[in-house]
Design a protein around this ligand. Structure first.
Ligand SMILES: Cc1cc2nc3c(=O)[nH]c(=O)nc-3n(C[C@H](O)[C@H](O)[C@H](O)COP(=O)(O)OP(=O)(O)OC[C@H]3O[C@@H](n4cnc5c(N)ncnc54)[C@H](O)[C@@H]3O)c2cc1C
Length: 639
């Protein structure tokens, strides 16, 4: 908003001012004040409240930066004292902490036990906060505490009745509602870059804290609610002031609402309302996730544009928001380009042909298999080969996959379920995913429609040249979740439900490949609906069994009849054989306590349905004693 825009109706007369005092993020102050005493006192309060508000915003950002700095230092110091992970970067655990070196454990063990017992558990209000842990709730509560204080502090609360110029006998009410509404507006602007930081896939926060980007989604969503509430209250506050308290009405109100910066403000508020409603879980379920995602990006950028038109003075928050958003997109594009630019089709190499590198952009061709099931939706397995070090990945990381034959405009996260690799040379990746309602369903239809039909025409009349599916990879995202102590200092328990196996299997394959023989105890608990589901990864699970180093426990929850070899009930979970099967859901509490009953530290990896992960959290939280039991779960952002 410019001074010229303010001039015609503003309380201050800028042309008559001796000096114009600059205030960061606000209109200039015309000095000396030549209004009546009440109006001058009101202006003092307005400008002071704004300046203090900007200071509070500075404190808020300094606090965020301080916490991140401390976190980074803590990560770095624990990395150097543990000697650092021998293999790539190590992700932090559910609670965001890192493994603690043994010599420091006695001192910190009460803190570790407290965190595990009280903060890792599911939150007491899942209907409101979903599957967030108590720790996530605590962080949100601290942020809300800060914001509540900064919303009310530093404002003098008072009401002034002042005469209307040139209209003797008419008075208007000036109150602290104006500066309070401004404070809310400033805070909402200031939170925008933080909200974008929390939502970025190429996440600066992950780089600093080691926490995978999707774990910040909870805070991003709640910050969205906060920004919406602040903006709404800011709008309501100013509507009351301008349409009711200022006189004479309706002329003051109608002059106010016709101003450009107010029109922009109202447009921004309208966009934010649509943004907020479209991000509510039940609306996302109706519109579909992909529609929500695209609309969310677009509306967010339009909203920032609206904010710019409304209050350009606070561009210090708008420019970083746009830059962070554009950087996120640009880095994604560059990383995808790096994977696909130098790609050479390894399949030709296999046949002994010398193929020159393919320069330019080319997709990977994945061999696809489909596992149909009468009761549940199908499962698709993709296997692809490539020779690009840019696609090297670590256990716990995932890629975004685009299937150009279905749509160029969608990319979905999937976790490779095979031996991770970090070096240059030929690598292979396998993916296993369930065909849901959107893109995955289209991929399943594509695979079905091509199976055994090379040379025939598809439903669009095109000749099917290849059974394989074209894939574009982007990533990897997330961080390594394994710690290579080499000599097996900690045991590993992996608990997976259904396709959650993709998160935990690479951890076990990694340990098999890198650990000394008889190093640590490795246990896999895989809960599937049907016995036939084990076919998705027959070769991989068989390899674990054959190694005789992994105890594999398969639980089948929905089949009516048990197989001959199936052991009944969860008691079989404690079986000492290297492979066992059982009917029904496992008793996770007794499983976890049976693995963690020794004095050795344990890492528990979990992935699967939300209910199962909540049970796992509770089971880990209930572990007795100060020994280190760390839980690492992936977050699949299921709605
Ligand atoms: C880090 C991560 C790793 C994953 N790894 C696997 C895996 O290895 N195997 C597997 O079967 N599934 C995995 N998923 C889940 C998988 O990404 C979704 O099932 C898939 O995107 C659904 O696509 P759709 O269009 O068919 O979904 P829809 O039927 O349209 O939606 C179903 C649900 O899938 C989720 N979803 C849809 N699109 C996306 C998206 N672009 N980004 C994030 N979530 C989305 C939403 O929660 C949505 O409610 C993973 C998810 C994440 C976040």
């Amino acid at each position: 908003m410019s001074l010229a825009a303010l001039n015609p109706r503003h309380i201050q007369n800028f042309s008559d001012a001796a000096t114009l005092e600059p205030h960061w993020g606000y209109a200039m102050r015309a000095l000396p004040c030549k209004n009546d005493a009440g109006s001058c006192e009101y202006l003092d309060v307005v400008y002071h409240a704004h300046d203090v508000g900007m200071l509070y915003v500075g404190i808020l950002w300094a606090s965020i930066a301080g916490v991140l700095l401390l976190w980074a230092v803590w990560r770095q110091s624990s990395r150097s004292s543990t000697g650092g992970p021998a293999y790539g970067r190590l992700a932090d655990d559910e609670d965001g902490t890192r493994p603690i070196p043994s010599q420091r454990r006695p001192l910190l063990s009460p803190l570790i036990t407290f965190t595990r017992r009280h903060l890792l558990q599911r939150n007491p209000l899942p209907s409101i906060f979903g599957n967030a842990s108590r720790l996530q709730l605590l962080i949100l509560a601290v942020l809300l505490g800060y914001l509540t204080l900064f919303t009310f502090l530093g404002i003098t609360y008072k009401t002034w009745t002042t005469p209307v110029k040139a209209q003797p006998g008419l008075y208007q009410t000036r109150s602290s509602l104006g500066p309070w509404s401004d404070r809310l507006g400033v805070l909402a602007f200031a939170l925008l870059p933080f909200s974008i930081l929390l939502a970025s896939r190429e996440s600066v926060l992950s780089l600093v804290t080691g926490v995978p980007y999707q774990h910040f989604n909870f805070l991003h969503r709640w910050l969205g609610h906060v920004i919406f509430a602040q903006s709404l209250l800011h709008t309501i506050g100013w509507c009351i002031v301008e349409l009711r308290l200022y006189q004479p009405q309706p002329s003051v109100g109608s002059a106010w609402v016709k101003q450009k910066y107010i029109i922009y403000g109202l447009v921004a508020m309208g966009l934010l309302l649509v943004l907020w409603v479209s991000a509510l879980p039940f609306v996302i379920r109706r519109t579909g996730y992909e529609v929500f995602r695209k609309a969310h990006y677009l509306l967010a950028m339009l909203f920032i544009g609206g904010c710019w038109g409304h209050w350009k003075q606070l561009e210090c928050f708008l420019i970083p928001s746009l830059v962070l958003w554009l950087l996120d997109r640009a880095v994604r594009l560059v990383r995808t380009g790096m994977i696909h630019y130098y790609h050479r089709d390894a399949a030709s190499g296999e046949k002994g042909l010398v193929t020159p590198p393919t320069f330019g952009f080319s997709t990977f061709k994945a061999h696809a298999r489909i596992f149909e099931n009468e009761v549940d939706s199908a499962i698709v397995r993709l296997d692809l080969h490539h020779s690009n070090p840019a696609a090297a990945w670590l256990p716990g990381q995932h890629f975004f996959l685009t299937f150009p034959e279905c749509s160029l405009w969608q990319s979905h996260p999937f976790t490779p379920v095979c031996q991770p690799y970090t070096e240059a040379g030929s690598g292979s990746q396998s993916y296993v995913f369930r065909a849901k309602r959107g893109e995955t369903k289209k991929v399943a239809s594509l695979v079905r429609g091509r199976k055994g039909r090379v040379g025939e025409k598809d439903e669009r009349g095109k000749v099917i040249k290849d059974e394989r599916v074209a894939v574009i990879l982007s990533g990897p995202y997330g961080q390594s979740v394994v710690e290579d102590d080499g000599n097996g200092e900690h045991d590993v328990l992996c608990v997976a439900g259904g396709t959650g196996i993709t998160f935990v299997l690479p951890v076990l394959l990694h340990h098999l490949a890198h650990d000394a023989e008889d190093g640590r105890r490795l246990v896999l608990v895989w809960v599937v609906r049907h016995r036939s589901d084990a076919r998705w990864l027959e070769g991989e699970v068989q390899a674990l069994r054959d190694s005789k180093r992994v105890e594999v426990k398969l639980f089948v929850t929905r089949d009516d009849h048990a197989a001959d070899a199936v052991e009944k009930g969860s008691a079989s979970a404690s079986s000492s054989s290297s492979a066992s099967r059982a009917e029904g859901r496992p008793d996770l509490a007794s499983l976890v306590s049976s693995v963690t009953s020794t004095s050795r530290p344990t890492r528990v990896y979990g992935s699967g349905p939300a209910g199962m992960l909540n049970d796992l959290r509770d089971a880990v939280a209930g572990c007795e004693g100060p020994k280190e039991v760390k839980l690492v779960c992936d977050d699949r952002l299921e709605w």
